[in-house]
Design a protein around this ligand. Sequence first.
Ligand SMILES: NC(=O)C1=CN([C@@H]2O[C@H](COP(=O)(O)OP(=O)(O)OC[C@H]3O[C@@H](n4cnc5c(N)ncnc54)[C@H](OP(=O)(O)O)[C@@H]3O)[C@@H](O)[C@H]2O)C=CC1
Ligand SMILES: CC[C@](O)(C(C)=O)C(=O)O
Ligand SMILES: [Mg+2]
Ligand SMILES: [Mg+2]
Length: 414
Amino acid sequence: MSSTIIRNASRQAVRAAKAAQVPTSTRGLSMLARAASPAVASLSKQRNAYPLHMQSRGVKTMDFAGTKEVIYERSDWPTEKLQEYFKNDTLAMIGYGSQGHGQALNARDNGLKVIVGVRKDGASWKEAIEDGWVPGETLFPIDEAINRGTIIMNLLSDAAQSATWPEIAPLITKGKTLYFAHGFSVVFKDDTKVVPPKDVDVILVAPKGSGRTVRTLFKEGRGINSSIAVWQDVTGKAKEKAVGLGVAVGSGYLYETTFEKEVYSDLYGERGVLMGGIQGMFRAQYEVLRKNGHSPSEAFNETVEEATQSLFPLIGQYGMDYNLKDYMYAACSTTARRGALDWAPIFEAANKPVFEKLYESVKNGTETRKSLEFNGRKTYRQDLEKELAEINDQEIWRAGKTVRALRPDAKRDE
Ligand SMILES: NC(=O)C1=CN([C@@H]2O[C@H](COP(=O)(O)OP(=O)(O)OC[C@H]3O[C@@H](n4cnc5c(N)ncnc54)[C@H](OP(=O)(O)O)[C@@H]3O)[C@@H](O)[C@H]2O)C=CC1
Ligand SMILES: CC[C@](O)(C(C)=O)C(=O)O
Ligand SMILES: [Mg+2]
Ligand SMILES: [Mg+2]
């Protein structure tokens, strides 16, 4: 059974490598094979089952649809090397939201010295204690954590990074490293006023997934993909540190970018297909079905449930590769294929102007200013919760709750 899975994944990886014009003997196969089959990834972890040619061997240049890019892999940074490299460092995780939590716990589990810094009266302080951080030992108020740290990981909310900068900036003294998970604060410095001191390395590791996923993938022995970038390299080691820290916080592989490219693409993606776009598209389709007399369950199933349970995972595993039997199009009927091929360009044309507008709004700082204003309010948590509760209360998501409860594997605590 396992050898069949590996053989199939290997074939898929070879095909994918050919499509990407990468020689099949290169080290990219491990990543391609893992993308092709999570089953193989888990088998590999359990039994070290990868054939040699599929094992990952670190930094490499790969061909992404005709463009060569450098990527870094966890295999270049085994735990012993991480621990040795950062043996004189204290990672001060400032902020304990979704990312702070995931990255701090992963780095701690990788054997690095990590402390957490958050405000004492906030929700994060309590959450950190629940996760085993000890006040006075590994959990401190923000200023004290920065004083104790050598690598200052500023993972406060983007708005809080701006609001707290006047107090934080003087504490970022020569010899420390300033680390972000987003390009927001320094790229939009005219709005945020975050200008790092000239004598410290400034780096970024931006996981391309939620902090919760950063943690769960790490615990499963897998790894998120992250972007890395350098804003300021004083020591000549900034990039190396970024890669090492990227691995320490749970990345499986890392792509090199710039602070600007990271923040533009990130703000754009989350407002677009990843969150805002998909939410809007789901709702529009659902509402039209309902207006035409379809029941809530039918409208939900045909819009969200089938997408998340069946078709999107196929895209995740195989993309749209027509060579593979299980890719999304091949797995659907010829009737569906015909209709989808006809309608895809119509949706593309309708959406393109919206995406153009969105990109412009990101690049000219409008999105940043809105975020700073809203998330900078004292009442930001309550204000957000109120709006999110309104979404929860929309019929589509109430119907979804019942649909999910019917899944045979459903957790019954919703
Ligand atoms: N969420 C994600 O998965 C991703 C996030 N990022 C980036 O990582 C960084 C952190 O994001 P995320 O983890 O989502 O955290 P949030 O944006 O949810 O921020 C939460 C943290 O900010 C603190 N905070 C908020 N306001 C203040 C304030 N005025 N003073 C002091 N502390 C404050 C909160 O503390 P308290 O509990 O005390 O309010 C909490 O610890 C951001 O740069 C974000 O863009 C990057 C990739 C993905
Ligand atoms: C998609 C949202 C995100 O950009 C992320 C999880 O990557 C974020 O800012 O949370
Ligand atoms: Mg993101
Ligand atoms: Mg983001």
